[in-house]
Design a protein around this ligand. Structure first.
Ligand SMILES: Cc1cc2nc3c(=O)[nH]c(=O)nc-3n(C[C@H](O)[C@H](O)[C@H](O)COP(=O)(O)OP(=O)(O)OC[C@H]3O[C@@H](n4cnc5c(N)ncnc54)[C@H](O)[C@@H]3O)c2cc1C
Length: 384
């Protein structure tokens, strides 16, 4: 049976990022297998995130912006995002860049195959890829699906469909992406569009919904068409690419260590921010910490200040509760957050970098009644 130091199950965003950080640490000589059922040679997703520093994937960013536009209920226009930049990374550029880097390491192997079974044993993490058994000191698993059916938790979906369009007329301001534009029928959920301009005539336009059920393809497309026709003076346009995605927005507990030799990472490890779906930056941060810890102590863990994490998790649950039970219109909640706080504070809040005092200030800017009811309901669900 083949044996490795580490097997990375799932060579998507988290799996490749993990291998990337390991290759830059003193663990770089470990034998590593990366297994994925897909070749990851398609542009299957686009990541947007904000960042102050120069990040590890800066050379392959597709675009970055110093400001973003926001259209809400009582706030419209450009947000001052301070020293943050809003960055866009295309999936294919990330995959190609990381795979080219990893190709320099003869101890890192790739395998196209399906993980059929995984289990923790006394000798290591055991895995069957297609029909072949293998074992490793540690398996890093980003393939494990979340259980989004448990009624004890809040289980929303963030789902979206986007088009890259090329307009007949110059109609995009290349310096001003629209991060959230709520000028669409809310239908009792949370619905917005975002627009990422590539040049004066080309942009990605994406229709995003937070609720508990997917739409038909025609419904996403109809909303995209209506928005473009109403708010962008294209003079006619052509669609060159489409993107569809679903991200769990859930507070279901996600054990990161289901066994001594198995560590879940990425969405499977609970790295997705439940209240926003943002995963990319959290994954980078968590994996850097994990690799540092593994290199220093031999233990694949992250430092997690328990009290603060629990509190931040509670805030996520309360927002999910308010959205799930439609306690207050979501467009108004997001508008208040960005209108009554410096946007950079909201970015730090969503990155879980704010202090308790700042969290309380931010909470004082959302509608108190619905959030108080939501908070009690979250407590009730947790206790009973
Ligand atoms: C279209 C889209 C756009 C997104 N945009 C953003 C964004 O703008 N910002 C942000 O922060 N987050 C975004 N996300 C959320 C999140 O960042 C991505 O889903 C991210 O790819 C999650 O990384 P991951 O490694 O956990 O999962 P993935 O990248 O999906 O990697 C998991 C890998 O496991 C493989 N796999 C699964 N099961 C098996 C199996 N049984 N055997 C072998 N291989 C298997 C899959 O093929 C996949 O490659 C987006 C998600 C999607 C789908």
């Amino acid at each position: 049976m083949k044996k490795y130091d580490y097997i990375i199950a799932g060579g998507g965003m988290a799996g490749l990022s993990l291998a990337y950080y390991i290759s830059q640490s003193k663990l770089r000589d470990k034998s590593i297998l990366i297994v994925d059922k897909e070749a990851k040679d398609q542009n299957d997703r686009t990541w947007c995130f904000w960042e102050r520093e120069t990040g590890p994937f800066e050379p392959v960013l597709f675009r970055k912006w110093n400001t973003v536009d926001f259209y809400g209920t009582t706030l419209s226009g450009s947000l001052n995002i301070g020293d943050y930049q809003y960055k866009m990374l295309r999936g294919i550029d990330f995959y190609d860049h990381v795979k080219a880097h990893l190709a320099q390491f003869s101890n890192i192997e790739f395998r196209l195959g399906t993980v059929n079974r995984m289990k923790d044993t006394a000798d290591g993490g055991f895995l069957i890829v297609d029909d072949e058994p293998m074992i490793a000191d540690l398996i890093f698993d980003s393939t494990h699906p979340l259980n989004l059916r448990d009624p004890a938790n809040h289980n929303l979906l963030q789902h979206f469909k986007g088009w890259v369009i090329t307009a007949q007329k110059p109609c995009f301001d290349v310096a001003r992406p629209r991060m959230m534009d709520f000028r669409v029928a809310q239908e009792g959920d949370c619905r917005f569009l975002y627009v990422l301009p590539f040049d004066e005539k080309t942009a990605m336009v994406e229709y995003t919904i937070f609720n508990d059920h997917l739409l038909t393809p025609e419904q996403y497309e109809q909303s995209l068409r209506t928005y473009i026709d109403t708010y962008i003076d294209t003079g006619g346009y052509q669609i060159s690419e489409t993107e569809f995605g679903v991200i769990p927005m859930s507070d279901v507990p996600t054990p990161e260590h289901p066994g001594d030799h198995i560590v879940r990472i990425g969405t499977a490890g609970g790295y997705t921010k439940p209240s926003t779906g943002y995963t990319f930056q959290r994954t980078q941060q968590n994996l850097r910490e994990l690799v540092n810890m593994l290199a220093a102590t031999g233990r694949p863990e992250r430092r997690k200040p328990w009290l603060m994490q629990t509190f931040k998790g509670l805030l996520d649950s309360v927002l999910l509760n308010v959205l799930q039970y439609k306690r207050h219109p979501a467009d108004d909640i997001f508008t208040r957050l960005y209108e009554r706080n410096p946007p950079a504070r909201i970015f730090r809040f969503l990155d879980e970098e704010t202090s308790l005092w700042e969290d309380l200030r931010i909470m004082s800017t959302v509608p108190l009644g619905p959030f108080t009811v939501g908070a009690f309901d979250v407590m009730r669900k947790r206790v009973f």
